[in-house]
Design a protein around this ligand. Structure first.
Ligand code: AMP
Length: 281
């Protein structure tokens, strides 16, 4: 695996490869890699000639500076896992290489209601930061396929929109969420849980599964309320438990039996914020 830190060096290699019609797959991450990330890399390896993974903890998408500081960093282990998975290129730029003109955004991305619901509501500015970094990374890498995880459901919709209005030919490939045996969605932030918190953390997934299993015979409002009450009793501070339309995250209070829905939740255990989602039908 070749490691690049300078955008210009990586772009040069990839431009050369593009002339040879090489298929490129790109997996952007913030590191502290786990099997969820590695699954994306393996899929990219199966489907492309060259796979590029980036590790960049993007300061502009953290609305809480403490969350940024405490974000786990496990670089040696990450390099080992990527090599084992068959990744060809690791791109790990410094902040100044991604934002040569400073971190202040040069443009506003028009995301419509996606920016104001769920993660957008509870993490103001987060998706502008996500668009800013993904736009820059796509400019540098110019991949044929971009690999994302369904774990960040709203982020997938945001990036689909971004690719659309940038008019890129990049194909978006979304993989299902990889989970621990007890159902907890794999996440870099799980590393910050104590062992007691780790045991409790699976309750988020269970709450979403309860909604999925009962949606045909219990009112949605009741299901959401029950989930929040249950998670709060277990020690979570809940940002939201919601059910929404899968295509635009329009929030739902009633289920008509036809809508294609997703249940989503975000909650803190102490100061660790966990998110998860489950496709309902
Ligand atoms: P992150 O490093 O958290 O920014 O995640 C990088 C990519 O990995 C994103 O596209 C995530 O959605 C994806 N990802 C994170 N956790 C999982 C998981 N448990 N299963 C599948 N994909 C994941």
């Amino acid at each position: 695996m070749i490691i690049f830190k300078e955008p210009a060096d990586l772009s040069l290699l990839l431009l050369k490869k593009a002339k040879e019609n090489v298929a490129t797959g790109f997996v952007p991450t913030m590191g502290a890699l786990h099997n969820g990330h590695i699954g994306l890399v393996q899929k990219a390896v199966d489907e492309n000639d060259i796979v590029i993974c980036s590790i960049f903890v993007n300061p502009s998408q953290f609305n809480d500076p403490k969350d940024f500081e405490k974000y786990p960093r496990t670089l040696d282990e990450d390099v080992y896992l990527l090599e084992q998975a068959g990744c060809d290129v690791l791109f790990m730029p410094a902040t100044g290489a991604i934002y040569p003109n400073g971190i202040e955004p040069a443009q506003h991305y028009e995301l419509g209601d996606l920016e104001n619901v769920l993660e957008g509501k509870y993490r103001p500015g987060h998706f502008q930061g996500v668009c800013q970094v993904v736009h820059r990374l796509l400019d540098i890498v110019g991949p044929g396929k971009l690999y994302l995880g369904q774990k960040d459901f709203q982020q997938c919709l945001v990036i689909k929109k971004l690719i659309g209005f940038l008019g890129l030919a990049t194909e978006l490939v979304i993989s299902p969420t990889l989970r621990e045996p007890d159902g907890l969605a794999m996440s870099s932030r799980n590393l910050r849980l104590t062992s007691d918190e780790r045991t409790i953390a699976t309750a988020i997934y269970q709450a979403l599964i309860q909604i999925k299993n009962n949606i045909n015979h219990t009112k949605l409002a009741t299901l959401k309320e029950n989930a929040i009450t249950d998670l709060t009793a277990k020690g979570f501070t809940v940002d939201y438990v919601e059910v929404a339309d899968r295509k635009d995250l329009d929030l739902k209070n009633e289920y008509d039996g036809n809508d294609e829905l997703v249940a989503l939740a975000a909650a803190y255990l102490n100061n660790v914020r966990l998110i998860d989602n489950v496709i309902i039908n």
